[in-house]
Design a protein around this ligand. Structure first.
Ligand SMILES: [Zn+2]
Length: 227
């Protein structure tokens, strides 16, 4: 990843996501990652502040940017079953704007991951996003905000989120899902026509499908042509 990023014609960040173990975060920085996320969202506010500061001190000395998290983003990284989710009160788990202000004032970070209704993985039902909360967090902190669980929202939800302060979008599951679907239908097509499929076909189809999905996504996010 690092080698590919260095060789790229456009600036590419290599980021360690949802790091909790300081040792792993430090190893990533030593390898040359340009960005890390310390995920202390499960901690009490004071402890999240303390541990974020501990790691950001090292990151800053190395010129690595730091993302931290406040609030609970639904489902663990890598997805999971939505059916298993329990009922929740948004005020208990979404990012609290006042806490976000305290957090930003007491830490030295570059971006804040916020919870306002998105979930990791692919959505099985339309999520309800709390844009007013997002806008409020942006207004009182002025911090670039990060969306986790950016897979498969409708176009308008991305655009509105960006308008309300989202500056980094974590997007993967939907792409991975689309790529698998493409491969599956190409295999079926070949089988129906009595054509053989080979492993190298699969990698080619995967790369093409990824490219296509990323181009589409970058246009929606407004990031095309900005490098
Ligand atoms: Zn995440």
């Amino acid at each position: 990843m690092l080698e590919a990023a260095r060789k790229a014609k456009v600036p590419v960040a290599v980021h360690l996501d949802h790091g909790q173990d300081h040792e792993i975060l430090i190893r990533a920085m030593k390898l040359g990652f340009s960005s890390i996320m310390f995920d202390g969202a499960h901690l009490q506010l004071e402890e999240n502040i303390r541990q974020t500061n501990e790691i950001s001190k090292i990151a800053k000395a190395l010129g690595v940017s730091v993302e931290a998290e406040l609030g609970k983003i639904l489902r663990p990284e890598g997805g999971g079953d939505e059916e298993e989710e329990e009922e929740y009160d948004p005020d208990d788990i979404y990012t609290n704007p006042k806490e976000a202000k305290t957090f930003i004032e007491n830490t030295n970070i570059d971006a804040l991951a916020v919870a306002y209704g998105t979930a990791h993985g692919v959505y099985t039902k339309e999520p309800v996003l709390d844009f007013d909360r997002l806008q409020l967090i942006k207004d009182i902190t002025g911090m670039p905000l990060v969306m986790h669980g950016g897979s498969g929202l409708d176009e308008a939800a991305y655009v509105k989120s960006i308008q309300c302060g989202i500056r980094k979008l974590n997007y993967y599951s939907n792409m991975a899902f689309e790529v698998a679907n493409t491969i599956q239908s190409k295999l079926n097509e070949n089988r129906a026509q009595n054509k053989k499929s080979y492993y190298h076909d699969l990698s080619k189809w995967a790369m093409e499908a990824i490219q296509e999905d990323i181009v589409r996504t970058m246009r929606i996010f407004g990031s095309a042509g900005k490098a």
